[in-house]
Design a protein around this ligand. Sequence first.
Ligand code: MN
Length: 378
Amino acid sequence: MVFKQVEKMAIRKLLGLVVVMGFLSLHLNAQNEMSINQQLSAKQQSIVQIAAHTAQGELQALKPALNKGLDVGLNINEIKEVLVHLYAYCGFPRSIRGLQTLMEVLDERKSKGIKDKTGADASTINQEADKYERGKKVLGELTKTPQNKPLTGYSAFAPAIDTFLKEHLFADIFERDVLTYAERELVTISVLSAIGGAEPMLKSHLAICLNVGLTPSQLNEFAGIIQPIIGEKEAKDAQVVLNEVLKTVPVFPKGEKIISNNFSGTVWLKMMGASDTTLHTSFGNVTFEPKARTNWHSHPGGQILFITEGQGYYQAKGQPARLLCKGDVVEIPRNVVHWHGAAPDSEFSHIAVSLNIDDGGAIWSEPVTEEEYNKATK
Ligand code: MN
């Protein structure tokens, strides 16, 4: 009898350990990603400064920005590419004046004995596919929206500009490798902010920035960098557009789809927080598509849910379900069997904090049936 008890405890501890280790590996990935993406790198900051000064035509201010860019590790070809890319947004004259200023700066540095790295040339582009189709494909990747609808608005009004945009900007220019999409987008939003009066384009490109891996805090940092460079009105207008774009971004990232039989429907998880066990908690952001939900389960150490987006439900077994909205908090006592998930017509996100995880991970049971779900949510 005593032996059996000990054996049971050992098995439970082992199961708990496996679950905790699973969480820990997710923690580590999350941590790595965070440390990479938290702030704009020195090179990215320089790209913003160089692009904004060039778009302004402020060549005296551009010189120190170019020197700084080279000092923090941008190579000559990368800076050339920044100055070439931006001609699509502020024209050949500004671009060429920028390139001439770079030539001067490089001569000055050479005469001082500074050896700047040239860097790789742009690779040859595969020209086999139709250029217009290639441009459409790149634009589709940037916007995460397939470009298969008939032309509307200005594109229908003046199809030539649509052809030039897709063939030249999104194929000829964006397909060049020297800069990443994220770097090209930093150039683009810097120029669009500096020239002013291009708010619809700035809005689209700020959204593209988020698609190509830049974070809301990095875009706020960008606004802080251009603010003293561009005009007061332009800086204010850019900030308004940025605020508008960021309003649509969920507070916490969705993370990756969970592949598990413990959930019904599509669910995403982003583990958060430090990768240590001294707090005896693990926590992450969980997002459910409409109707998606957990199976019935319980937490030996208890759980707290903080609702951050949309509408959903929490139900303890034998109790009526509770409707949950943004801002609600659910405290789930130890060992109470329950489920949580999205309402039938709303995506739903909560931060789930699992407490006292040394006492074991979630104990999973059968799915919430359609009948149980419909009854709870009607
Ligand atoms: Mn739970």
